[in-house]
Design a protein around this ligand. Sequence first.
Ligand SMILES: Cc1cc2nc3c(=O)[nH]c(=O)nc-3n(C[C@H](O)[C@H](O)[C@H](O)COP(=O)(O)OP(=O)(O)OC[C@H]3O[C@@H](n4cnc5c(N)ncnc54)[C@H](O)[C@@H]3O)c2cc1C
Length: 415
Amino acid sequence: MQNAIERAGSLWRFAMHFELDPELQAFREEVRAFVRDNLPEDMKARQMAAGSIFCSHDDERAWAKILAKKGWQVYSWPVELGGCGWNAMKSFVFEDELYKGFAPPLSFNTLHMIGPIIYKLGSQEQKDHFLPLMRHGDVSWAQGFSEPGSGSDLASLRTRADLVGDKYVINGQKIWTSGAHEADWGFFLVKTDTTCKPQLGMSFLLVDMKTPGITVRTIPQINNDEHHLCEVFLENVEVPAGNLIGEAGKGWTYAKMLLEGERTGSSYIFWNKREMRRLLDMARAEKLNGNPIAQDPAFRARLAAIQAELTALEWSVLRVLADEEFTYGTAAASSVLKVRGSELQHAITEAQVDLIGEKSLRVYSVHDLLSDAGTLWPDHVVNRTNMALLTRAATIFGGAKQVQKNIIAKAAFGL
Ligand SMILES: Cc1cc2nc3c(=O)[nH]c(=O)nc-3n(C[C@H](O)[C@H](O)[C@H](O)COP(=O)(O)OP(=O)(O)OC[C@H]3O[C@@H](n4cnc5c(N)ncnc54)[C@H](O)[C@@H]3O)c2cc1C
């Protein structure tokens, strides 16, 4: 078992040697230097301590503005809209470096969800108004799809919007709406016709979160520090008819486009790689019977197993990026990556918690660390329990694991 990880690593390199071409390597260095020189130290410290898949609204905004100055804020959008026109590999390297450098995560909603929906399907007015705001990091969004009783079965949602003159009047309730308490705008899936098949009666509306009749309540979370989940109550909320995306009744089609908008992001590959590095550092620092736990054969075997899964996931992501004609189609490919990536989030954070043993029982949080209150333990203990609790949600949000498996089974076996 001695050197099992290193041996596995060299075998892997022997079997599938992978190097970036010089141009991409130079780009990697450029992004690394940019992060080093432009990411504010306090922001980096918060991200490093939390190690979260999320970040605060303020940090997301501030970092978006820094990226916007460089022209990298909406990098994945078409060049004529302020994007960078990079190919998939260059984009992969870009995000990999941001995560490595502990930059706040980019806004998935802006980059991969509502941004593309607006530039593909929005009216000219919607494009003129929202695209510059998003390009400059001046607007944040919440996604109002799920409702009590309508998560996996989204078609059963009940929030309705009735067209009265030139306004939609919305009544209903959304739940698990991430960041709704701080968002400027929301994109909502609502029922505009209850007389037809549920999927044909849905529409997609943009809603200013300051509109009278909207009440947002945060939901206390088990992971202590981070409160970003919300309930949104809508009571006679009047929204201009011009805020409708595309055609009434096509909301279901647009929502599916949006959910399939970014095939590889659901793998959380960059986060998983970074937290695996943290796990290895922790295994070297934590001791068992006076020796680093990294030398314990059983724990080494566990680390090697996780690393093998992680490497396989990274290659799967690269294969999907490289192969536009992925055999099982877009939805099933992203479902495979989502299932494996979320399971890895569990495996990595659980191993982190096991490493710190009884120290995990006190939820030692980012706030403790940054306020100098937590000097009892080494810094690597901070927030690990919170993250292990938070990542339990990874197999639920963005489509529950069992539902992803249904999609895979349908594509693979025609079930
Ligand atoms: C951290 C977090 C952030 C979120 N952010 C947002 C957000 O910003 N906006 C938003 O709209 N929603 C958001 N959600 C909601 C999320 O999309 C739903 O929780 C998810 O779709 C599951 O729906 P549900 O909670 O209603 O569970 P249910 O659909 O009731 O599922 C309960 C269980 O039944 C299983 N199940 C359901 N249907 C099937 C089936 N057909 N076959 C087999 N098993 C099945 C599920 O896998 C699950 O285990 C978020 C959720 C979390 C946890």
